[in-house]
Design a protein around this ligand. Structure first.
Ligand code: UD1
Ligand code: CA
Length: 462
């Protein structure tokens, strides 16, 4: 069987996005738009993938450069036909079948691409177009057919008359073509149209004139071929893709209490019987174990949660690990480098950063634990603060096993509390404390009888 080569068009200005960011870098469910057509292309196991870039070329290259892509620069965006012509040099020695994709059509499925390629090969066509019927075809190129139903061309929206705009069959902007025909045909197309651009679909006219075979294939699902040209379309697509991801996880045994507000990015994994409440974001490389409960309003990025973890209402987790049966929140913030052992409790208004916390330890109220290692079965009292920063450097705090840190404790790092230490309430600890010791600050406590009344009297007179 012939080899496959892929050309992805991604040089366009993306005018209608009204953005400084190149269109194909706009994120869709956490991944740049171009990620999706690239992923679909790779499923074809192509010999070569060329991506045509122009606007923000360096930025796009940087975002995807893994050595597997042949980058083609289209310095001036003179149209889709011109863009493909720019890739000619990359396919001079190539005799297989070419598949052309649009960088702004992300939902295209490997199945549709497979269908396209199969038809193209079976019929030995010069060019095969993927088409779809849309109830609202506005903005797309319309497919023109003769009385016999054969395709005779593609008409861009801007060039179409009112009656022609009623045509519902549209060009998906996705093609299979033989390189021999394609690059020869591109030499013949002009730019005399409303936009003054070299239109790739004009190769249909060339094929007709030359008596070459032209085929069309309908996309398996018309939603696959939707393009992103505006932020509104991006938002609609985000929703569409999100719904698809959510359906996948529900089928895999995850309960979503409110799928409309569950935002789960591509690449996240979730174990069975996990229950996810409303307004939950699971982002990046997050993995969630089985039987977890996420009550709601959780913003979780690059976190690894074990099984039976309970995230209570309103928590933020980033780049951290949480072992089985831990309970986090409500209103907790786990920052990068947090590693929590089995059954750890992190309660309300507790912030952790670079904090390694041993099994069964609890910090249930109002604490800051930064640059710290805590042993197991330790209790961190309300209002405990690790003073880890002097404005220049960060310093470490070490807390042993079974330590009782009293409320309102400040631990001035670097400092170590041995195993089984007791810290009295309202202590500032500046020096290491040996295992089994009690540490407290001397502070005299006095009571002045009747003081309040005198104080208030003084103020009344003044
Ligand atoms: C294009 C098709 C239209 C089709 C639609 C499907 C043409 C002339 N029109 O229209 O028939 O219905 O896609 O989505 O092909 N690009 C370049 N260089 C350029 C111009 C564009 O690389 O000089 C890239 C863009 O970045 C984009 C893709 O080609 O990824 C399509 O270009 P766009 O301007 O979005 O074309 P549409 O107007 O959507
Ligand atoms: Ca487009």
């Amino acid at each position: 069987m012939n080899d496959v080569g892929v050309i992805i068009l991604a040089a366009g200005v993306g005018k209608r996005m009204n953005s400084r960011l190149p269109k194909v870098l706009h994120p869709l469910v956490g991944k740049p738009l171009l990620f999706y057509p690239l992923r679909a292309a790779r499923e074809l196991r192509p010999k070569r993938i060329a991506v045509v870039v122009g606007r923000g070329a360096d930025e796009v290259r940087r975002a995807f450069d893994d050595g597997s892509i042949t980058w083609v620069l289209q310095e001036e965006q003179l149209g889709t036909g011109h863009a493909v012509r720019c890739a000619k040099e990359s396919f001079l020695d190539f005799t297989g079948d070419l598949v052309i994709l649009s960088g702004d059509v992300p939902l295209i499925s490997p199945q549709s691409l497979g269908d396209l390629l199969r038809r193209h090969r079976d019929r030995k066509a010069a060019v095969t177009l993927l088409t779809a019927s849309l109830e609202q075809p506005a903005g797309y190129g319309r497919v023109l057919r003769n009385a016999g139903g054969d395709i005779t061309g593609v008409l861009e929206e801007q060039d179409a008359s009112e009656p022609e705009k009623h045509i519902k069959e549209i060009n998906a902007g996705i093609y299979a073509a033989s390189p021999r025909f394609l690059f020869a045909a591109l030499e013949e197309i002009g730019n005399r149209n409303e936009q003054g651009e070299y239109y790739l679909p004009d190769i249909i006219g060339v094929a007709l004139r030359r008596g070459e075979r032209i085929e069309t294939v309908r996309a398996a699902d018309a939603r696959e071929i939707l393009g992103v040209n505006t932020r509104e379309e991006l938002a609609i697509m985000e929703k569409t893709l999100q719904e698809k991801i959510n359906r996948h996880w529900m089928a895999a045994g995850v309960t979503l209490k409110d799928p409309d507000t569950a935002y789960i990015e591509e690449g996240v994994t979730i174990g069975k019987d996990t229950v996810i409440g409303p307004n939950t974001h699971l982002l990046g490389r997050t993995t969630i174990g089985e039987g977890c409960r996420i009550d709601g309003s959780a913003y979780v990025t690059d976190a690894r949660l074990g099984n039976d973890v309970h995230l209570r209402f309103s928590v933020v987790l980033a780049d951290c690990q949480v072992a089985d049966k831990a309970v986090i929140g409500p209103f907790a913030h786990l920052r990068p480098g947090t590693v929590l052992g089995r059954g750890v409790h992190i309660g309300s208004f507790v912030e952790t950063k670079q904090a390694i916390v041993g099994e069964g330890t609890k910090a249930n109220h109002l604490a800051y634990l930064g640059d710290v290692t805590v042993g197991r079965d330790t209790n961190i009292g309300a209002g405990t603060i690790t003073c880890n920063y002097d404005g220049f450097r960060k310093y470490e705090t070490k807390i042993g096993d079974r330590v009782q840190v009293g409320s309102d404790t400040t631990l001035v790092a670097p400092v170590t509390l041995g195993d089984d230490v007791y810290v009295a309430t309202a202590t500032t600890v500046r020096h290491d404390v040996p295992p089994g010791a009690l540490v407290y600050n001397e502070r005299s406590e006095r009571v002045r009888q009747g003081w309040t009344e005198q104080f208030r009297e003084r103020h009344k007179k003044g």
